[in-house]
Design a protein around this ligand. Sequence first.
Ligand code: COA
Length: 367
Amino acid sequence: MSSTTGLEGVVAAETALSEVDGEAGRLLVRGRPIGALAGVVRFEALCGLMWEGTLPRDAGPLARALGEARAEAFEQLPKLGDALARGDGMGALRAAVAHLRPVEAPWPAPAVAVTGAMAVHAAAWSRIVRGLDPVAPDPAAPHAVDFLRMVHGRSPHPSWAEALDAYLVTVVDHGMNASTFAARVVTSTEASLNAAVVAALGALEGRLHGGAPGPVLDMLDAVGTPERAEAWLRAELDAKRRIMGMGHRVYRVRDPRAAVLERALERLEAGGAASGRLALAGAVERTAERLLRERKPDRPLRANVEFYTATLLEAVELPRALFTPTFASARVVGWTAHVDEQRRTGRLIRPRARYVGPRPSADGAVG
Ligand code: COA
């Protein structure tokens, strides 16, 4: 297949939001290495950095605005009818965002509204499908704390909230990934912010983008113990199946976000607040890396962000089906910042396709 089919290497936009350096294994968010943000700066402050360009000196007003947005979304839940009762979380989020009233207030209010709402919708969906009632948000709680509260129905262990906050910050933005590109394409037609977010949610769902963490845990379950990793992984590769959580379109070294999440998980396990899957995950990662190197010596295939996302989200006891919706609840910050950036360009994104189908012959017949 032609290498143009995946647009690899094509520069489709200019952005001041994040830079992914696939050779050096570096991710900068508004000029700062991701390791200097995750676990250091809270999610609310990162929202300010993304939406307004600078780290707020006081993230209190944004935290309050997000809290109010969560409360407003919860009040509106009954109007969603059965939209949140469907089996798949990403479909539920698309339906819920499609129902949101557009916010006319000045920037960043529209981004705040959809970000606050998505946490409520994801948490409410995960409870409804488990036969539980949704839990009302606490607008005064930090966003990560409240998300865990709304999912579990109780206040989280502080180290769980810290780990989830570090995760949300880690995955907020990542260059021109497929869902961000989808959001920018839709925005470029002058469609609404909510329409762009619905499109991005669709792109994030697939396992080649945001849908891998569930399958990573399925793999860890199937492997069971570090000693079984090699045989299991060899069988998968012999069957021509991809190892979930390994490989990346841009990174040729280990995804720097995997390291950030691994550290957050080490802190959790050291504090005794997680169940100890890190050792198995590490063994599977090292074995997968070695086997992939044997089979594809010219194509470095190393752990990506999803590998440790799975282990971290499992450690804070999120249900597996909620992993991708949780990713969306963080990445919506990046999508909305890109919507704002794309609007400023005022330019329709409209590439061309090289036609390779049939053409009419001289007598007008097609064949
Ligand atoms: N396991 C096994 N083989 C893999 C692999 C994986 N995880 N990732 C890539 N490869 C192989 C491909 O099969 C291909 O082999 P081929 O040339 O014999 O066909 C080769 O490596 C090149 O892969 P390619 O499809 O060009 O990579 P890409 O840039 O399109 O894919 C991903 C990037 C992320 C989609 C891919 O690595 C993948 O599917 N990973 C697993 C899913 C995942 O973790 N997704 C989350 C992404 S953050």
